[in-house]
Every structure is written in C-alpha cells, then in structure tokens.
Design a protein around this ligand. Structure first.
Ligand SMILES: Nc1ncnc2c1ncn2[C@@H]1O[C@H](COP(=O)(O)OP(=O)(O)O)[C@@H](O)[C@H]1O
Ligand SMILES: [Mg+2]
Length: 141
C-alpha cells in the first residue's frame, strides 16, 4: 500500500513516527529516504517514543548505527549515508531480528523492508511523506 501525508512541523513528524512505531514489530526494517534535513531523524524520534526508548535519539551519521534499549523491542537506528555497500552494514552484526530497525538513506539496499518512507520538502516547513508498506498493516494506525 502507498499513502501520502503532508506533515506541517517537526512535532507532527514525531507524531507520524509514533503511529509507525506502534504498528512496527520485531524484525521489521523501516527504510527512510529523502534529502538532508527533510526529517528522517525527527521521524525516527517518534518511532523511538512509541517503542519506549527513553534515551535521546540523535543522528548516527558518524557512528553509523546505534542500538537503543526500550521498554518493548530495541530500536536499531542506522545512517547509511557514509557507506558504499550494504555488506559494510551486514559486517556490524546488528540485531535485526530482535529489533525494529530504522535505516536512514537505506535506498534500494533493503528490498525486504517492511516499510519504505520517502520524505520531500513541501512549502515552508511542510514535508511530503510517502509511505510504501509491504502489507496493509501500515494503514491501520
Ligand atoms: N515538517 C517538518 N518535519 C520534520 N522536520 C522539520 C519539519 N519542519 C522543520 N523541520 C526541521 O528540519 C530538520 C530535520 O532534521 P533531521 O530530522 O535531522 O533530518 P534528516 O535526518 O532527514 O537529515 C530539523 O531541524 C527539524 O526541526
Ligand atoms: Mg538524519
């Protein structure tokens, strides 16, 4: 399924992330694409809130990946921007199966992703968010 949403501000982006986080299950990979500054990390903060991550979620650009414990399943947060190929990520042995994983700049590297999110700039602070889910559950939230 594909849906498009207009997101007015950072708070609304976190709210959308919370909806996504509530629908996510262990083993899910969620890929986020869109130019720098469109709100991929902001969306991830909402996903983290829904999972019950209490520590701050910031951009993992320089560390590539972080594993955030939560009150439910852990959040794996990846920034693939600096990587040349997926094999570099696979080498990190991240706990994909036991976690909800969010990959910023995941592009086409994750054909198995449960949800693909594309974010584009709209007018002013608006963002246009296209959600492309592998199954119907992403429309339920
Ligand atoms: N509607 C919006 N949705 C998300 N972020 C927004 C929005 N409007 C303004 N912003 C700002 O844009 C920036 C997005 O940054 P970030 O989430 O780090 O983007 P990315 O991870 O895509 O580089 C933040 O400074 C945020 O406050
Ligand atoms: Mg980011």
């Amino acid at each position: 399924m594909t849906t498009t949403e207009v997101v007015a501000d950072p708070e609304a982006m976190r709210t959308l992330g919370q909806r996504i986080g509530r629908m996510a299950r262990a083993g899910d990979i969620i890929v986020l694409d869109g130019e720098l500054g469109t709100g991929k990390t902001t969306l991830t903060q909402g996903i983290a809130q829904a999972l019950g991550v209490t520590e701050a979620v910031t951009s993992p650009t320089f560390v590539i990946a972080r594993i955030h414990p939560s009150t439910s399943v852990p959040l794996v947060h990846v920034d693939a921007y600096r990587l040349a190929r997926r094999a570099e990520l696979d080498d990190l042995d991240l706990p994909w199966e036991e976690s909800v994983s969010v990959v910023e700049w995941g592009g086409d590297w994750f054909p198995e992703a449960a949800l693909h999110v594309f974010i584009d700039y709209g007018n002013d602070d608006q963002r246009v968010v296209v959600l492309n889910g592998r199954d119907e559950r992403w429309t339920d939230g």
